[in-house]
Design a binder for this molecule. Structure first.
Ligand code: HEM
Length: 453
């Protein structure tokens, strides 16, 4: 059995593709994505790079995204080495028939028909957050927005999908997640420590974080249900464990599925909302438009599923945020067999990185791509987009199971939070970017908050 300490070290070791990409990303401390963009501009949309006996192929053209994710999806399988401690053997890491067997029993929980059932629970979590923000507004203290949105996203998932109040301290778990998802920094920190620098985090802390993380799913499963609801994701997972026709779906599988949801479904949603609050804080007219839209669509009553379609501008702000800051900036696969993409040879074993950020910022596909313009997503404008040039949720059969649901969560949260508060970003302008497994704000997004009268 692997010890927590060796897990923690595994994150930054040679097997992690994110670690391998680190040397490429140094050189532009404010936005390492720009380096990859320059490379693809200079050397083309299919760029093989040899790094320490390993070929990584950086792909940045939408038609090749389609090739890898849709047309020849079976030739490009998942690659999760280095991230096993986070995801275990959950479906996000599997391929083929096993993946299908694990995904099928869970799929109904993400059908759009379920959203109306979830919305009251999303609203409860947002209300809890607003109560906390009212206190933060009184003290005027500076706080970290990603931590705030992470705890909100975790609460929404626990209440809506698991029928549980969070049976863990989300602020503690957030810090654990940060400690061991900062994959590249793991290695950096060790190297810089050797050079005599002092860091707060060490391997022991990382190992402790691992242990805390491993304790979260059993805590969720063991906690009392809030309402004994029959149709929840957790119930579907429990039914799959009890189903003798799917022996692969054992108790460990269930634990790992929960890990996956609490990481893949929480950090991505939280980053999107935090970046959206950052952008709207810098654009008072956008924040005002969101407030007015909420007033018109649902006024003083709680928003419902029927109101969601009316929140067109707020939803467009979320979509535009995911274009500028795709939480999953690169999708990674391993080639099973040799192939040709864009005239370039792909060899079996190559690590193929689909550079979503590059396509989202490419002037070939977007007018003034660096501009934050929610209007691109409104009134038929979205139809003009080149297919596969926007892949925040991936594409094909392995696309995000919770993508549509996350848009409901974030649209409602942004609308309600901005109607009551004026969050003010007080960090460096513009905020720097740090590319770990996800696209995170470098050093966080510090905010203060005022309550609107
Ligand atoms: C803004 C929010 C989100 C973003 C940007 C996002 C992004 C993604 C992406 C890009 C993938 C595909 C990765 C690949 O092909 O390699 C993915 C897969 C996945 N996501 Fe999300 N996600 C979000 C929210 C959620 C939520 C709310 C949940 C569930 C509660 C979720 C659960 C999953 C799962 C389980 C998979 C794996 C699906 C499979 O392999 O069959 N995600 N997500």
């Amino acid at each position: 059995m692997t010890t927590p300490a060796s897990h923690a070290q595994g994150l930054g070791d040679e097997s992690s593709i994110w670690f391998k990409l680190t040397p490429l990303l140094r050189g532009d401390p404010e936005n390492p994505m720009r380096i990859l963009m320059h490379m693809t501009e200079r050397y083309g949309p299919v760029l093989p790079v040899n790094l320490a006996n390993q070929r990584i192929v950086l792909i940045s053209e939408p038609e090749y995204f389609k090739h890898v994710l849709v047309t020849k999806a079976d030739n490009y399988i998942k690659y999760f080495d280095g991230l096993k401690p986070i995801f275990g053997k959950s479906m996000i890491t599997n391929d083929g028939a096993l993946w299908q067997k694990i995904r099928m029993p869970q799929q109904p929980a993400f059908h759009p028909d379920m959203f109306a059932e979830y919305i009251p629970y999303f609203l409860q979590a947002i209300q809890t957050k607003m109560d906390l923000w009212a206190d933060l507004a009184k003290t005027g203290e500076t706080f970290e927005m990603v931590e705030q949105t992470w705890t909100l996203a975790a609460d929404m998932i626990c209440k809506a999908l698991f029928d549980r109040d969070m049976p863990f301290n989300p602020h503690v778990v957030f810090k654990c997640v940060k400690t061991y998802t900062d994959v590249m920094n793991h290695r950096d920190i060790r190297l810089r420590k050797q050079a005599g620098e002092v860091f707060e985090m060490n391997d022991e802390d990382a190992a402790k974080s691992m242990e805390t993380w491993a304790s979260v799913p059993p805590a969720v499963m063991g906690a009392d249900p809030r309402e004994m609801r029959e149709r929840t994701l957790l119930k579907m997972i429990e039914a799959a464990v009890a189903d003798p026709t799917v022996p692969e779906f054992d108790t460990q599988q269930a634990i790992d599925e929960l890990k996956q949801y609490l990481w893949a479904g929480t950090e991505t949603t939280a980053l999107t909302l935090a970046w959206a609050l950052y952008e709207t804080s810098r654009r008072p007219e956008a924040a005002e438009r969101i407030r007015r839209e909420g007033e018109t669509v649902y006024g003083d009553r709680p928003p419902t599923a029927a109101d969601y379609s009316g929140l067109a501008y707020t939803r467009a702000v979320i979509q535009e945020t995911m274009r500028l800051y795709p939480p999953i900036w690169g999708l990674i696969r391993v080639a099973v067999e040799d192939d040709i993409i864009g005239g370039k040879e792909i060899k079996a074993g190559d690590r193929v990185t689909l550079f979503a950020y590059g396509a989202h910022h490419n002037p070939k596909f977007w007018d003034e791509p660096e501009e934050f313009r929610p209007e691109r997503w409104m009134a038929g404008n979205a139809k003009k987009q080149v297919k596969y040039s926007y892949i925040p949720f991936g594409a094909g059969k392995r696309s995000c199971i919770g993508g549509a649901m996350s848009q409901v969560e974030n649209t409602l949260a942004l609308s309600l939070l901005l109607r009551r508060f004026r969050p003010e970003y007080v960090g460096a302008n513009p905020a720097g970017i740090s590319a770990t497994v996800t696209l995170t704000p470098k050093g966080g997004l510090p905010f203060i908050i005022r309550e609107l009268s």
